[in-house]
Design a protein around this ligand. Sequence first.
Ligand code: GDP
Ligand code: MN
Length: 380
Amino acid sequence: MDLYEYQGKQLFSRFGIPVSDGRYVTTPEKARTAAEEIGGAVVVKAQVLTGGRGKAGGIKLADDPADAEEKARGILGLDIRGHVVRKLWIESASEIAKEYYLSITFDRGTKQPLLMFTTQGGVDIEEVAETNPDALIRLHVDPLEGFQPYHARRLIYGAGVEDPSEQKQIAAILAKLYEAFVGTDAMLCEINPLIVTPDGEVKALDSKFTVDDNALYKHPEIAEMRDVEAADPLEALAREKDVTYVKLDGEVGILGNGAGLVMSTLDVIALAGGRAANFCDLGGGGDAEGVVDALEVITRDPQVKSIFFNIFGGITRCDEVAKGILAALERMTIELPIVVRLDGTNAEEGRKILADAAIANVHPEATMLDGARRAVELAA
Ligand code: GDP
Ligand code: MN
């Protein structure tokens, strides 16, 4: 789950990383009040789940409360790379002497957190990595050893930070950012820019924070930060029903059991010349309840022209799935053609149950490839 800048900054602040005083608002009038409370010049910042807001006109300095109201009016409603601005963060304006970059991601290749630091911050980090790769210091942390002071020294000396006060502040921020990364089960914690003010104070001016969805149960206070309005309505419905659902752009809706089988189903649909509209993973289950929930999500997608049920019975029994499909069709009306391929445990019983029911729009197929071909044909 991606967090908004202001939410990431709340977490930064909880872990002791310095950020500017600010307020979250949704109207120009509230932006003015916020600016009055904060006092002095402020920055009006669009809160959208995408980067590059500055370049897109989503970040503006304001001299006084009236100016903040005007800037807020200009930013609200802006479309930033497909994200309409409905929320703002108003924070005390900082003077900037230097802009650094600092991040922690999870490197799946080495199975370790990866720290990156450079004094060439502010701009796109991809650009630094390309044009000036030596300036970007990368360092893995052994998760069992944890973050140690020598990690901080390597990053700071490697990047060429010479001022002792800056070194000290950045070392402290690094340690806290690592704590935040581990403590929230994050997948990304990025500060770009990490600024140095003319007075030599180091602080986080921006935040990009992604928390692992699978760990949210451990962090109810972060799970609550999810913006339900911004989410795709179907994905929200799927989450509510506890169905694993992914939206794609084709025309065949896919239901399978197990991530591996679902992935290969996508390939086979492509091989048959079609494209998947979405997929649902039933996981180990296949009971009527689970099938109804998944079908409900899949059929709400107007792009779906046919449905392909691809089930391999291991622990899941195919006769149970067949009964689940029939029970689901009794509870809801589906006009779309449904192709069913059952294989594995009790496949024959399952196929027989479907054949006996003889439902006009249910088409059993014996193999995955035949099923995919049929589903693609019926979607045309
Ligand atoms: P992004 O464009 O989405 O990455 O948003 P940022 O929060 O990183 O802001 C973009 C740029 O706006 C920063 O790199 C700064 O140059 C500038 N900016 C943001 N906040 C302030 C501020 O308080 N004072 C000044 N002078 N510039 C700011
Ligand atoms: Mn930024």
